[in-house]
Design a protein around this ligand. Structure first.
Ligand SMILES: Cc1cc2nc3c(=O)[nH]c(=O)nc-3n(C[C@H](O)[C@H](O)[C@H](O)COP(=O)(O)OP(=O)(O)OC[C@H]3O[C@@H](n4cnc5c(N)ncnc54)[C@H](O)[C@@H]3O)c2cc1C
Length: 384
């Protein structure tokens, strides 16, 4: 039946993306997760397929495709079932580079966004600090003016793509450390090779292929021209881009949950149990049916929110709802599917074990579920 959101062209695009991901990415993804990295060849392959710039301006080499192409891509990335790969790519396309696409100067777009779209330079987003995660008004990294440069000092934590990113879109205080809260924040692009920048691997148990890292800035000089948008406009920019980030996290979580159900159903059909198979047991069938219904509910909410977002990028309530619902559903699906795998589900390094870690982390990253509930409670009532 025809979808109100997806046209025949989107479905043809889905077939093409799924075929590409299964052929070019899936066979290698387990190895990348194990080695905690993604090779450049993978980025080049994604770029050659036109997948790194679906949402980006044509002036920077992007496709400026309607947003449902991104929805399809993110859902299919999730369906791959490899959390590290999914977040490395989603962060590059929809988080790190989205600041450059929306507010970057033409020069920044040519120097960083264009090569990001062509897979030559990988992006990371550095917001979180040791003392500030959910509450970004506590950010403390600073950038003081010195001639034509800014000099950056501070610490960042849990940075996806940190191990191999070529540049970091970094939140800093440009109005001096005395200005706290939401004011005086700016986003500045820092090159990996900058003197004074130290990148340390972060041994995160989830999303392993995205080479999570912590960053330390000690007197790192960055040209003032690397500030994204107006100096001091960091907080509103973060709030705006967060909606895309949360939507992307939610949509890819739907794909992840669908993949988890599909692989678990295959396992249940093969697992012999008391003269039949696990998949024949009513208790199991009913549980799977409930989970399938939850995933479909999350998917339809995600499509609706994507439709709203494509008309109003500040659809805060809907984007928060998708992030909350989809990542919590994916977490429940992963935990329940592990239970249905029996002891096998607890084998270190098993796919289902990794799925549980990845799904749990997705309910924290880009805003924990509690923060989403706070936002919805604040803004949601006005619309109902
Ligand atoms: C896998 C992963 C990848 C990440 N990637 C990046 C990245 O690329 N770049 C980046 O900058 N950051 C990244 N982060 C950091 C992420 O954005 C933060 O972890 C997140 O914002 C939560 O901040 P925190 O970890 O400091 O937890 P805290 O803010 O200390 O919160 C701890 C816990 O308290 C609870 N909580 C928080 N607020 C409330 C509230 N208002 N009411 C009730 N309970 C609350 C939640 O359960 C939360 O998990 C990543 C995190 C993870 C797990």
């Amino acid at each position: 039946m025809e979808s109100p959101y997806l046209t025949a062209e989107h479905e043809a695009f889905r077939d093409r993306v799924r075929t590409f991901l299964r052929k070019e990415i899936a066979p290698h993804a387990a190895g990348w997760e194990e080695r905690r990295t993604m090779p450049r060849s993978a980025w080049h392959a994604l770029a050659a397929e036109g997948l790194l710039g679906l949402n980006h301006p044509r002036a920077a080499g992007g496709a400026e495709a309607d947003f449902f192409h991104s929805v399809v891509f993110l859902e299919e990335l999730g369906r791959l079932g490899f959390g590290g790969v999914r977040f490395a790519v989603a962060l590059h396309c929809y988080m790190g580079t989205s600041y450059l696409a929306s507010k970057g100067s033409p020069e920044l777009q040519q120097r960083y966004l264009r090569p990001a779209v062509s897979g030559e330079r990988i992006a990371a987003l550095a917001l979180t600090e040791p003392q500030a995660g959910s509450d970004l008004s506590g950010l403390a990294a600073t950038a003081r003016e010195d001639g034509d440069d800014l000099v950056v000092d501070g610490e960042k934590r849990f940075i996806v793509n940190g191990g191999f990113a070529d540049f970091f879109v970094t939140a800093v205080r440009t109005a001096g450390p005395a200005v706290r809260g939401q004011g005086g924040l700016s986003l500045v692009v820092v090159d990996r090779e900058s003197a004074g920048l130290r990148v340390t691997p972060n041994d995160c148990v989830a999303w392993r292929a995205c080479a999570m890292a912590d960053l330390s800035f000690r007197g790192v000089r960055v040209p003032k021209a690397n500030v994204v948008g107006r100096p001091g406009s960091g907080f509103p920019q973060i709030m705006r881009n967060m909606q895309l980030e949360r939507l992307a996290a939610g949509i890819s979580a739907v794909g992840d949950a669908a993949n988890c159900l599909e692989t678990t159903w295959r396992f249940l059909k093969e697992r012999g149990m008391f003269e039949s198979t696990l998949s024949a047991k009513q208790a199991v069938r009913h549980r799977m049916a409930e989970l399938l219904t939850e995933v479909e509910a999350a998917r339809q909410l995600a499509y609706h929110a994507a439709w709203r977002y494509s008309r109003d990028p500040l659809s805060i309530t809907e984007c928060s709802m998708v992030k909350l619902k989809a990542t919590e559903v994916a977490k429940t699906v992963a935990e329940e599917c592990r239970h249905l795998h029996g002891a096998e589900g607890f084998r270190a390094g098993s796919a289902i074990s990794a799925t549980v870690n990845d799904a749990q982390a997705a309910a924290v990253a880009a805003g924990a579920s509690e923060v989403m509930r706070d936002i919805i409670a604040q803004s949601g009532y006005e619309e109902f």
